[in-house]
Ligand binder design. Structure first.
Ligand SMILES: [Zn+2]
Length: 228
């Protein structure tokens, strides 16, 4: 009898283990479904391009780091740099409309003026890529525009994209890559879904200089890079 005791104890242990496993599953069903919820996403977005000096540097870094991004372009810039617009598209990034003229007094004169400006920019995009985009970013963001402008844009099938983190590369004085890196990290307001604003223009070389370190930071933190 005594010899059988260790065997019985082992069977009891195994049974207890399976009971605990099943109990745990039913009392914490979410434990097996949280992976998708826990994924942290970051969307890099670049406004105002394409630009001769900065777009190629940004694209090279994105390629090296193997991350996608979204470019909200300005029609007047894109018309002069169709090759760069094509390169953005060919390298797998998303394109969105930012504005044709980017002149606030003109585009915000009325909802129909805004729509004309958007469609003119989208024509440039389509003439290079063969397709229209539904992505739109208000110059200055949607935060400060009148509701009728937002309604008009949405009614015409556009998805309005704002941001919740920023390189602050339009605001910071005596700009350095280090300051932009710090701003990009410190302005994150929704750590689960970051939409990061940066600018792509001739005078934004420090933005391009900060980009690699920003990407590496968020990679280290476990973020998945996505395009819109
Ligand atoms: Zn802009």
């Amino acid at each position: 009898m005594n010899r059988k005791l260790p065997a019985l104890a082992a069977v009891a242990l195994v049974l207890a283990f399976f009971v605990a496993l099943v109990e745990n599953y039913f009392s914490h069903p979410s434990a097996v479904t949280t992976f998708a919820e826990e994924q942290k996403n970051i969307y890099l977005t670049f406004d105002d391009g394409p630009s001769d000096r900065v777009t190629p540097v940004i694209l090279d870094i994105l390629k090296q780091e193997k991350v996608p991004a979204t470019f909200f372009v300005v029609g007047t810039q894109a018309e002069k740099r169709r090759d760069l617009l094509k390169r953005i598209f060919d390298e797998g990034h998303s394109l969105g409309v930012h504005s044709y003229s980017h002149i606030y007094n003109d585009i915000y004169a009325s909802p129909s003026a805004l729509l004309n400006d958007i469609e003119k920019c989208n024509e440039v995009i389509c003439s290079v890529t063969g397709s229209y985009t539904h992505l739109y970013r208000f110059p200055g963001g949607s935060f400060s525009v009148k509701p009728e402008f937002i309604e008009t844009v949405k009614k015409n099938g556009y998805t309005v994209v704002d941001w919740n983190a920023s390189f602050m590369d339009s605001e910071i004085k005596d700009v350095t890559a280090g300051k932009l890196y710090t701003a990009a990290l410190n302005t994150v307001s929704n750590p689960k879904r970051i939409v990061m604003l940066a600018h792509d223009a001739t005078d934004k070389t420090e933005t391009a200089n900060a980009l690699k370190e920003v990407i590496r930071h968020f990679k280290k933190k476990g973020y998945v890079f996505k395009k819109l």
